[in-house]
Design a protein around this ligand. Structure first.
Ligand SMILES: [Zn+2]
Length: 306
């Protein structure tokens, strides 16, 4: 059973420290509780890209002959197993890894801990919980809050013609295995203990990275007109128009860990749209990210099953 415990606001932050607040009054979302371990994502290795898929560099770094880094299309920290070899230079790798770290150690930390997803250093015995009254309490990982909190967007505004960034339609949250009595007795934590914060800009860039890397993997770097790399690297708000959602909601949970696929080419426009559903087995929202334009000779992939 899913407990609906959160009825306040969720803070959306960005790199410049600006914080906006999204109301969650109508945002409760009861994903079915999944106590089983996360499903395995079948491994897939794509042909090497042979140059950095973000900046085009053919070398890993100045003065080094080492081959370019392998890109995990979905981050290793989310148990992503789809690999695009020789696809990132060191500089771009640092930028995309920084964004992933903000998301994986930020608002996705709890759910990764619950599933004991991969980490570089292993999971510690305790993790800090930052309470809305300003306290920081160390909580044993077996007692930790396993909430899952995800933004649900309108369609990408580049598709709708809206000038501003894509609007947040909802904030989705589900709470799992939450023992109020134990938290009160053992840690002195009462009531609504946390003010969740989602780093929306970092999350946008993580989704954009997945969309771009996946499009390169499926179509090939030279077979479409990419629009995301500069917007990932220059870290401006411009990316907001390309990341969104607007798909039917909520469709039933699947048995897959993550689902990524390219939408069939639309007769109405020439944008390429990548559908991304992270942690699909939790009945999560579907993101739709515009990754580029079809070229006339581009053939849609026949098998892009997640
Ligand atoms: Zn690069």
């Amino acid at each position: 059973m899913v407990e609906k415990f959160f009825s306040g606001n969720i803070e959306l932050s960005d790199d410049k420290g600006r914080v906006s607040v999204a109301s969650s009054e109508n945002a409760m979302y009861g994903a079915p509780q999944q106590n089983r371990p996360p499903p395995i994502m079948p491994a897939r290795v794509y042909p090497p890209a042979c140059r950095c898929i973000y900046c085009g560099s053919e070398r890993y770094s100045t003065g080094k002959t080492r081959v370019r880094g392998t890109e995990h299309i979905v981050a290793n920290g989310l148990n992503g197993t789809w690999l695009l070899p020789e696809a990132s230079c060191q500089r771009c790798e640092r930028i995309t890894c920084k964004d992933e770290a903000k998301v994986l150690r930020g608002f996705m930390h709890g759910i990764r801990l619950k599933g004991r997803f991969k980490t570089n250093s292993g999971w510690p015995d305790e993790l800090p919980l930052f309470l809305s009254d300003g306290r920081k309490v160390k909580v044993h990982i077996d007692d930790y809050l396993y909430n899952l909190m995800l933004l649900d967007f309108e369609a990408p505004s580049i598709l709708t013609g809206a000038e501003e960034g894509t609007a947040v339609r909802n904030v989705l949250m589900s709470v799992h295995e939450f023992d109020w009595e134990k938290l009160a007795a053992k840690y002195g934590i009462f009531g609504n203990p946390i003010t969740p914060r989602v780093d929306q800009e970092a999350f946008n860039r993580v989704l954009a990275k997945i969309a771009h890397a996946y499009t390169v993997a499926e179509l090939g770097l030279d077979n479409f007109e990419a629009v995301l790399p500069s917007r990932i690297l220059d870290r401006t708000d411009a990316l907001r128009r390309y990341v969104g959602g607007g798909a039917e909601y909520p469709p039933p949970a699947s048995d897959n860990l993550h689902e990524v696929e390219i939408e069939p080419r639309s007769p109405d426009h020439d944008w390429i749209i990548v559908r991304i559903r992270l942690l699909a087995y939790y009945a999560t929202p579907i993101y739709r990210v515009v990754s580029g334009r079809w070229l006339d000779q581009t053939e849609a992939p026949t098998n892009s099953e997640g």
